[in-house]
Design a protein around this ligand. Structure first.
Ligand SMILES: NC(=O)c1ccc[n+]([C@@H]2O[C@H](COP(=O)([O-])OP(=O)(O)OC[C@H]3O[C@@H](n4cnc5c(N)ncnc54)[C@H](OP(=O)(O)O)[C@@H]3O)[C@@H](O)[C@H]2O)c1
Length: 315
């Protein structure tokens, strides 16, 4: 094992992603204990990457971006016994305190699972953060076969995944989405309507009354929490992944607060959902792939809030 160089996307100061991100060459050390190093094959981007640039979960700088990585193991740290050099894995980058995270040629992973046969690295790289958020939140909400659930923003990747997870749990799912992914969501078995003007009436009509629970999976939208509260019996029935301040002020819930209070889940659903994806039983659409060198276009598309699928960087 030895230190190697890699092109990396990283930042030295907090700020707007397109202002602070730098694309440069950095040294990536051997993986420490309980970590593996991979040659990156694909990196799924998330809005959380831009929140991290702005100072969310602040840590030491410089710091890399890109949490979701598919790659081939090229070095293993002490105590790692479940993978070998050459294995293809998908997992979460360990970006804390180093300039290289997922958006790079080489990354250190803090968690991983083998990519099953039938799933390619690009599709594998779409999974970890979205699947973890959707499954952990649906479980924390107690969604089951007696639940009528509204997934607001089901055209976002967290929403699109949550629809599939809730249908797996047997729930009756109403989903709001734009036209781009409507046919997919309907095909899964959700009752789909548009977000925007008149949404509350359309949802009540589809549910024949108030819904039991709402998952707000859309990107942040000013004023949406009061609207979603109109669709339920109690503000507490609304759970958001994005409109934190409004939710806390109005008696709705924030998924991260629920997960902190309940204790962070010990299971990583990426393993199960990678297996499902390999069998065609779960999927996230690819909005667009970009070469790593064209990272700026990828960031711009993500910041535009209308990628209609996952954005994936390929070194
Ligand atoms: N708290 C957590 O644990 C956690 C974890 C991951 C992500 N998040 C947050 O969850 C949100 C979604 O993340 P993501 O990765 O799923 O996002 P994403 O896929 O980038 O979401 C973009 C999609 O949202 C839909 N959208 C845009 N404006 C909308 C509006 N006004 N109302 C409803 N839908 C709208 C659009 O789809 P259509 O127009 O085609 O419907 C668009 O393609 C982000 O705010 C992210 O930061 C939170």
């Amino acid at each position: 094992m030895s230190t190697i160089t890699s092109r990396v996307l990283c930042f030295y100061d907090y700020g707007e992603p397109l202002d602070v991100l730098r694309y440069e060459v950095a040294e990536v050390a051997d993986p420490p204990a309980d970590r593996v190093r991979v040659r990156v094959e694909a990196t799924g981007l998330n809005p959380a990457d831009w929140q991290i640039c702005r100072g969310f979960m602040a840590g030491s700088l410089p710091r890399g971006v890109g949490c979701d990585v598919a790659g081939r193991v090229d070095a293993v740290g002490e105590n790692v016994t479940d993978v070998a050099i050459g294995d293809l894995v998908v997992g979460s980058a360990d970006y804390a305190g180093q300039p290289s995270a997922g958006a790079a040629e080489v990354a250190i992973l803090r968690s991983w699972t083998p990519i099953p046969d039938g799933l390619d690295p690009v599709n594998a790289a779409t999974l970890p953060m979205v699947v973890q958020t959707a499954v952990w939140t649906i479980d924390a909400m107690g969604v089951d076969s007696d639940t009528t659930l509204l997934v607001h923003g089901a055209g976002s990747m967290v929403g699109y995944a949550a629809v599939q997870v809730a249908l797996d749990r047997g729930a009756n799912v109403i989903a709001t989405a734009g036209p781009a992914l409507e046919a997919d969501l309907t095909g899964f078995g959700a009752h789909v309507t548009r977000y925007g003007e008149g949404m509350v009436d359309r949802v009540r009509e589809l549910a024949t009354g108030p819904v039991d629970l709402v998952l707000d999976a859309a990107p942040p939208v000013t004023g949406i929490i009061p609207t979603l509260i109109e669709t339920v019996r109690d503000p507490n029935d609304v759970v958001t992944v994005s409109n934190h301040d409004d939710a806390r002020q109005l008696g709705a819930r924030v998924n991260l607060d629920m997960l902190r209070i309940n204790g962070w889940p010990a299971y990583d659903p990426t393993v199960q959902y990678a297996a499902k994806a390999a069998k065609g039983e779960f999927r996230l659409p690819i909005g667009r792939t970009f070469p790593l060198d064209d990272w700026r276009s990828a960031v711009e598309l993500s910041l535009g809030r209308a990628p209609h699928g996952k954005i994936v960087l390929i070194p």
